[in-house]
Write a protein that binds this ligand. Structure first.
Ligand SMILES: Nc1nc2c(ncn2[C@@H]2O[C@H](COP(=O)(O)OP(=O)(O)O)[C@@H](O)[C@H]2O)c(=O)[nH]1
Ligand SMILES: [Mg+2]
Length: 318
């Protein structure tokens, strides 16, 4: 048992998809012993160990409840499987903590073949901390990206949610449904950061969807962000726009400086985790967030997030 973490990490590195369930169990555990094993796992799949960034595409899908994210993910999953891409889906469910029973409900909404070994789906509770993704979810996405072609994280929210998910995702897609003015207002007022891809769902609703797409495109143009694609999809049969969306996501990834984005994401994630553990006082002991970020950048040659947190803790102790 003592090298469970490194053994799992090695399996992921060899792209053994069957290591996914045990990986998630380990990363979600909060016991000290498991945390140590989790650190060993992450070390095995760090860029330093892999000799490159993990090859999988980490996609964040976020948007308000009811916008059609889960239905869209079922359709996307199908499109990706047709392309023979292996897919891991992590659904972060903010309601599962209270209701306890919504885990199965959420899983049922993603339509997939349970005997398909190229697919792994896990719903996780949102976690105790305020805002942001739980450490386990970020770590899981980073680890699974070593083995799966695509790792998708579904989170609920609009406003802060896409900033948080940018701490781990290579590509962030914000999903809005026609007729909901929130995203438009948030975008115009700067509350929402400009996503990599904007998705208008339920395009089968007709004119209201066309208007939503036009308004969002206009808002993006006025913000000087001409290049951000706005894709309209209908996820109900006969689905439409889903292949276009898959292509837009892939296009974004192709044009991305992956190692730059991942380095930045891991540093931001490590700092967030450090701040959770040690509070404002801890961050102050490092000379503030910006100073800590700069210092981390100097130490970092493709280290995993757990190691980065350890480095920050060592520096605080000095
Ligand atoms: N008309 C239409 N309804 C949709 C579409 N996609 C999802 N819905 C419906 O919208 C509701 C919320 O969908 P869901 O995927 O659970 O949204 P989520 O909360 O964002 O995951 C459900 O009743 C879906 O059937 C679509 O493309 N067209
Ligand atoms: Mg959902």
């Amino acid at each position: 048992m003592s090298d469970q973490g490194s053994a799992l990490g090695a399996r992921l590195r060899e792209r053994d998809l069957s290591a996914a369930p045990a990986t998630l169990n380990l990363l979600e555990s909060t016991t000290a012993a498991d945390r140590e094993q989790a650190a060993a796992l992450l070390h095995e799949v760090s860029p330093a160990a892999l000799g490159q960034e993990a090859p999988g595409h980490i996609v964040g899908i976020t948007g308000p409840p009811g916008a059609g994210k889960s239905t869209l993910l079922s359709a996307l999953l199908h499109a990706w499987r047709v392309q023979a891409k292996s897919v891991a889906m992590l659904a972060v469910d903010p309601s599962s903590r209270q209701s306890g029973g919504s885990l199965l409900g959420d899983r049922a909404r993603i339509d997939f073949d349970p005997s398909d070994r190229g697919v792994f789906i896990r719903s996780t509770a949102a976690g105790e901390r305020l805002g942001g993704l739980a450490w386990g979810t970020r770590a899981a996405a980073q680890a699974l990206a070593a083995a799966f072609d695509i790792v998708v994280i579904e989170t609920v929210g609009v406003g802060q949610a896409e900033t948080d998910i940018a701490d781990v995702a290579d590509t962030v897609a914000v999903v809005v449904q026609p007729g909901s003015g929130d995203a438009l207002q948030f975008l115009k007022s700067g509350i929402m950061e400009i996503p990599d891809v904007l998705v208008v769902t339920k395009s089968d609703l007709g004119q209201v969807a066309i208007s939503a797409r036009r308004d969002l495109s206009a808002a993006l143009r006025s913000l000087g962000s001409r290049a951000t694609p706005v894709v309209a999809v209908s996820s109900l049969p006969p689905a439409s726009g889903v292949e276009e969306l898959a292509a837009a996501l892939e296009e974004h990834r192709k044009n991305l400086d992956l190692s730059e984005r991942r380095l930045r994401a891991r540093r931001a994630g490590a700092l967030t985790e450090f701040a959770n553990e040690h509070g404002l006082q801890g961050v102050r002991a490092l000379g503030g967030r910006t100073a800590a970020q700069t210092w981390l950048a100097e130490q970092d040659q493709g280290l995993d997030e757990a190691t980065l947190v350890n480095l920050l803790e060592g520096r605080m102790g000095r």
